[in-house]
Design a binder for this molecule. Structure first.
Ligand code: NAP
Length: 455
């Protein structure tokens, strides 16, 4: 894939970038390693001061950063603004809490003094996706840098300007040179980087094949990885639920980020007793969505990020139809305009067990399933290889307990949309990946948990 900015709303090539040469990559590794040797000694107060500065820069220049994101990957400008604000919030969160999260923990043993100490490990490679070009990177950067590690970013090839802007923010915030660097490289260079002694661990957010490939390379080197991969999150609605509220959230949860979010609700599993009503209301909501220029404030749905994604989602929808499913609305790319536009789409009557029912649909396509009861709802929710998040709607406490207990996912949200929050751990199980980001668990992923025993 070329490293370039191509506006997804128009197809216009705005800027191309040369990949870093091998010599440039070697320089960056050297610089990162040199920076680490000093940076690892830096006290929390100083790191927190710089991290707060990064938050300030994000907040002050949010319109500029948001515009970059919209131009590079097509998300609505209003969501891009919210993403910059959320990125600032994760910087502030770890600036405030890192020292406590990584403080020595005394343990009573038969030693005269024994405790656990958390220490940084060195350069961490972050391979990141384009769909939340700022948030994904900042949720890595904030804990990694506050822990005393240094970061190397290999961002997705279609968001190079976002990648460079983030490097610039960290630099301007005052962090020493080399503590966070952006590499402009293709995916083929990742395995060599992981094999380099100076790179101690890696994190990847993206697709399953990318995650498997990075983890295999890291496994060969016995290096730790965190993987945040795809999802096909269920959105379960039971009879006692507030259906109107569920439909409003269902629409937001499916259309978020033009339908390209790992934790978007993708499979709507509704009990038969309320299925007609839910379907009718969901259709009304989808019909009311405004598709268009993502820079305009009243646009609900912008383009998909690349022409390949448009082709892919269309192929998935057509495969679904061939297997016997029905399209209620949408179902074909919008050919009346340039750019990668796909309309809000609802598919129903997907044959259970068909390959389509198991896949992740990375676009504005809702799959509607009907089930007789909670038993079947949970069984269907769990019938995918993924296990990222789940949203379930009920006002019955027993049902709620059961959903929390039995759904196979890294997160269950009752009567609410699945979302990430710096205060709560985020990550998946099954083929959605492993390890956690955010919260105390996130900052403890890339540290040496050192046992200290003094006699
Ligand atoms: P992708 O193609 O896997 O790309 C993600 C990143 O991995 C990019 O930087 C990409 O570089 C790189 N990459 C691709 N193949 C690689 C390989 N073989 N080895 C090493 N790096 C490789 O994913 P995407 O299509 O951009 O993103 C969509 C996927 O990400 C969806 O499945 C979505 O659910 C998932 N996602 C998960 C989370 C989560 O937190 N769980 C969050 C957001 C997205 P190039 O761009 O240069 O190819």
């Amino acid at each position: 894939m070329p490293i370039a900015t191509i506006n997804p709303a128009t197809g216009e090539l705005l800027k191309t970038f040369e990949s870093n040469t091998d010599a440039e990559i070697a320089d960056k590794l050297n610089l990162g390693q040199q920076a680490y040797l000093h940076y690892r000694q830096t006290d929390y107060a100083k790191k927190a001061f710089w991290m707060q500065k990064a938050a300030e820069i994000l907040e002050l220049e949010k319109a500029e950063f948001a515009k970059l994101m919209t131009q590079e990957m097509g998300k609505p400008f209003t969501s891009a603004i919210a993403e910059v604000e959320k990125s600032a919030s994760v910087c502030r969160y770890y600036a405030k809490h890192a020292a406590d999260f990584l403080a020595d923990v005394a343990v009573k043993t038969d030693a005269s003094h024994s405790f656990v100490r958390y220490q940084p490990i060195g350069i961490i490679l972050a391979v990141m996706p384009w769909n939340f070009p700022f948030w994904q990177v900042f949720r890595f950067v904030a804990p990694a840098l506050m822990a005393g590690n240094v970061g190397l970013l290999k961002h997705a090839s279609n968001v190079p300007q976002c990648a460079l802007a983030i490097e610039d923010i960290i630099q301007r915030a005052g962090f020493p040179k080399g503590v966070f660097q952006t590499l402009l490289i293709g995916a083929a260079k990742v395995a060599d980087l992981i094999a380099d002694d100076r790179v101690k661990a890696a994190t990847l957010t993206g697709s399953e094949p990318a995650g498997a490939s990075l983890a295999a390379a890291a496994g060969k080197q016995i290096k730790k990885t965190v993987l945040e991969l795809g999802g096909s999150d269920p959105f379960i609605v039971l009879e006692s639920a507030d259906i109107e509220a569920a439909v409003v959230t269902a629409t937001t949860a499916r259309m978020l980020n033009n339908g390209q979010s790992c934790i978007a609700a993708k499979r709507f599993i509704v009990v038969e007793a309320i299925a007609d009503k839910f379907e009718k209301l969901l259709l009304e909501k989808f019909l009311a969505l405004k598709v268009g220029d993502p820079m305009l404030p009243d646009t609900d749905l912008g383009p998909l990020a690349t022409p390949d994604l448009l082709k892919e989602i269309d192929a998935q929808v057509q495969a679904c139809v061939e297997s016997g499913a029905k399209v209620l609305i949408g179902g074909h790319p919008l050919s009346d305009r340039p750019g990668n536009f796909y309309p809000p789409t609802i598919i129903k009557d997907i044959p259970p067990g068909s390959p389509s029912a198991q896949e992740e649909f990375f676009g504005p396509v809702a799959m509607l399933f009907r089930v007789p009861d909670i038993e079947e709802a949970i069984a269907l929710a769990n019938a995918t290889p993924f296990g990222l998040g789940a949203s379930a709607w009920t006002t019955n406490a027993q049902e709620s307990d059961r959903l929390i207990e039995e759904i196979e996912a890294g997160a269950v949200f009752i009567n609410s949309m699945v979302k990430s929050d710096p205060r709560m751990p985020f990550g998946g199980i099954k083929r959605s990946g492993y390890g956690r980001e955010l919260s105390i668990q996130g900052i403890q992923e890339f540290v040496n948990v050192k046992t200290v025993w003094v006699k």
